[in-house]
Design a protein around this ligand. Structure first.
Ligand code: PEP
Ligand code: MN
Length: 338
């Protein structure tokens, strides 16, 4: 249930609503908007309480039930767009933020070379996995902590912000010390223990869509992060399973406007994992910006032929620089910039 307070409602009136909700056994979350305060009444059984219970309280403007499964990520709870600030880089604002780098951190030289080239081309955030959630236990699992240290070193030398994946709830605190954004991969979208831990960390997080998840399931998973008080959440569309086999996954372009309508959270697109092939990446990246994505996360490897993971879908530094030139023009055409 969403309780919208009247403009200028007093703190006592807001506290009164919160106390009433708690006395009925509900949790609450506040959205302290610039115009007015919104109180989300949360619990397994809000249906039992009548909206009148809150509508009669002083200072209350309206009370509405959220009929959707997701609550805190919804526009009903917060109508203005959320902007996630990562060390001064604003995701969800006017700028289309490009994150780029190798699938996996392989060595300091490989990472540094990738970082220099993507920075030069205009990427603001360096990606690179130190913990790789691989389909097979026999595939390269990432360098782990030494990989995180390499990310930190390259960050110190280039000044780029870092995004890297965390796969185990026990590692959240450690990865958060090295990474500006915690990435949750497609295979972990519904790893609720991991989501709760990241929620509690209050660290900026990028939640990829599960490749078999509906938009509603994805947004409901994002609610796990917000329910722990973490507002710094970025969604990432990365393609879903369909009957089509001509690309690795099918990029669901519709999810961008669907999310913009349903949620206040920023949404970025990963064309690399959707495509599975470097040849498709530029078209998907352009489509994403045209459809309103707030950013992109693209795999770039100094030498894709030698990549330990995802070489086929990785762009060379030259191909990435060429794509960035085109994306800058495209961003301007839709009223944004890179
Ligand atoms: C990745 O970003 O390298 C990755 C493993 O992506 P996804 O979780 O989308 O497969
Ligand atoms: Mn990858």
């Amino acid at each position: 249930m969403i309780v919208e307070m009247k403009k200028g409602a007093s703190k006592e009136q807001v506290d009164h609503v919160i106390e009433r909700a708690k006395s009925l056994g509900f949790d609450v979350q506040l959205n302290l908007g610039t115009e007015k305060i919104v109180v989300a009444i949360l619990g397994t059984d809000t249906g039992r309480a009548s909206t009148d219970v809150f509508a009669v309280l002083p200072g209350v403007e309206t009370v509405t039930r959220i009929m959707k499964p997701y609550k805190l990520v919804s526009r009903e709870f917060k109508s203005q767009d959320t902007t996630v600030n990562v060390g001064g880089i604003k995701i969800g604002g006017h700028q289309v933020v490009v994150m780029a780098g190798p699938c996996a951190v392989e060595s300091e030289e490989q990472l540094m070379e990738a970082a220099r080239s993507v920075k030069e081309a205009g990427a603001l955030i360096l990606r690179g996995g130190a913990f790789k959630p691989r389909t097979s236990p026999f595939a390269f699992q990432g360098l782990g902590l030494p990989g995180l240290r390499m990310l930190a070193k390259v960050k110190a030398e280039t000044g780029m912000a870092i995004i890297t994946e965390v796969v185990d709830p026990k590692d959240v605190e450690m990865v958060a010390q090295y990474s500006d954004i915690l990435q949750v991969g497609t295979r972990n979208m519904q790893n609720f223990a991991l989501l709760k831990e990241i929620g509690r960390s209050q660290h900026p997080a990028l939640l990829k869509r599960g490749f078999s998840a509906t938009v509603a399931e994805w947004l409901t998973a994002a609610d796990y992060l917000l329910a722990e008080g973490n507002q710094k959440v970025i969604l990432c569309e990365r393609g879903i399973r369909t009957f089509e086999t001509s690309a690795r996954f099918s990029l669901d372009i519709s999810s961008i406007p669907v999310i913009k309508d349903a949620s206040h959270l920023p949404v970025v697109v990963d064309p690399s994992h959707a495509a599975g092939h470097h040849k498709l990446v530029p078209s998907l990246a352009k489509a994403a910006i045209a459809a309103g994505a707030d950013g992109l996360i693209i795999e770039v490897h100094p030498n894709p032929e030698e990549a330990l993971v995802d070489g086929l879908q990785s762009l060379t530094p030259i191909a990435f620089a060429r794509l960035m030139t085109e994306l800058k023009t495209l961003a301007r055409a839709v009223g944004r910039y890179i």
